[in-house]
Design a protein around this ligand. Structure first.
Ligand code: ADP
Ligand code: MG
Length: 316
């Protein structure tokens, strides 16, 4: 069966760009085009009940996440978000639900100074689609296809916390309530790394946001850049919540393959001073290096390993 990436490639990717205003079409975290003097950016993401959030999820968290995941794609481009549209499909119109949803949506929009300029409202199974638009400095775009052999690979924040939270909600793991309260927001309210993306623009070589798991999303950088990588699981940044809840090996595997963390993964020329410049405000961890030789080699306890999955895929 075709997976989501086969579908996009086979049916929706047109190789010939006949429109010179398009700077970046399908294949990165957002599209970029030139309109007069302005360089504009757009991305769209859908959240479906049962797939992207569980039915127990609160309206304020659903709204937050629907906007945050789009903001995260902008962070991965080094773009500035400005405007968004909202396509909302609801099974029933509960005013209490809508009150909480819209309040939370506008609170996050205000935080990033983005404004709702349109949308669509329909009845059906609960689904939320947000299209985000904004601007970018075209000399400072962060692309997936610019990783160079010898680059160091970094990730922001800690990895695997959202995956841990999902397993708590699915009742696969039980945590003390105080720890559960720490990790659940990592799944429900991911913080888009917009300031980091802007700081890395024109500095980092390649970048992506980790929505579907580090291994898979780094894999997109490797494929687009036609390079490979070595990464070391004992270097992955793991939260105390994660290492206390799971064995070291299980924690590393979750950090490697679980989605929904929305941290940035980026590559940088070796020993770049930006890392110490950003250290006071950001947690940035070096996890490996880019190689000329293709493929992703994952090292755990000094051994090469092959995880069963690299990350989340639709239609798999
Ligand atoms: P992300 O995880 O950053 O949202 P995806 O992996 O979902 O990115 O998508 C990969 C690329 O394919 C992106 O550039 C996206 O815009 C594009 N894409 C996804 N679905 C379609 C579609 N149905 N038609 C055209 N482009 C698509
Ligand atoms: Mg993305």
């Amino acid at each position: 069966m075709l997976n989501e990436f086969d579908i996009i490639k086979q049916y929706f990717t047109q190789t010939k760009n006949t429109h010179p205003e398009i700077i970046l079409g399908i294949g990165d975290d957002a599209a970029v085009w030139q309109q007069g003097n302005a360089t504009l950016v757009a991305s769209v993401d859908t959240l479906i009940e049962g797939k992207h959030f569980l039915s127990v999820c609160r309206p304020e968290d659903i709204a937050y996440k629907a906007l945050a995941v789009n903001l995260s794609d902008f962070a991965a481009m080094g773009a500035t978000p400005r405007w968004f549209t909202l396509a909302l499909t609801l099974p029933i119109a509960h005013s209490d639900w809508l009150e909480k949803f819209s309040h939370s949506l506008f609170a996050l929009a205000k935080q990033y100074d983005v404004v709702l300029i349109g949308g669509d409202t329909t009845q059906g199974a609960l689904s939320i689609t947000i299209q985000l638009m904004g601007t970018i400095d075209k000399d400072k775009m962060l692309l997936r296809n610019q990783a160079k052999p010898g680059d160091e690979i970094y990730v922001s924040g800690t990895l695997g916390d959202a995956g841990l939270a999902l397993r708590v909600l699915q009742k696969k793991i039980t945590l003390p309530e105080s720890v559960a309260l720490l990790v659940l927001p990592k799944l429900n309210r991911p913080e888009a790394q917009i300031p980091l993306g802007l700081a890395l623009g024109g500095v980092a070589h390649a970048a992506i946001d980790i929505s579907d798991g580090l291994a898979q999303d780094l894999g997109h950088i490797l494929q687009a850049s036609n390079v490979g990588a070595d990464i070391y699981l004992d270097q992955l940044p793991l939260s105390e919540s994660l290492t206390q809840a799971l064995s070291r090996v299980d924690a590393e595997n979750l950090a490697l393959t679980a989605g929904d963390d929305y941290q940035l993964c980026f590559t940088l020329a070796p020993n770049h001073p930006i890392i110490s410049e950003l250290a006071p405000t950001h947690t940035l961890t070096r996890i490996g290096e880019i190689t000329q030789q293709g493929g992703l080699r994952i090292h755990q306890k000094g051994q090469l390993i092959r995880p069963q999955t690299l990350g989340w895929q639709h239609f798999k």
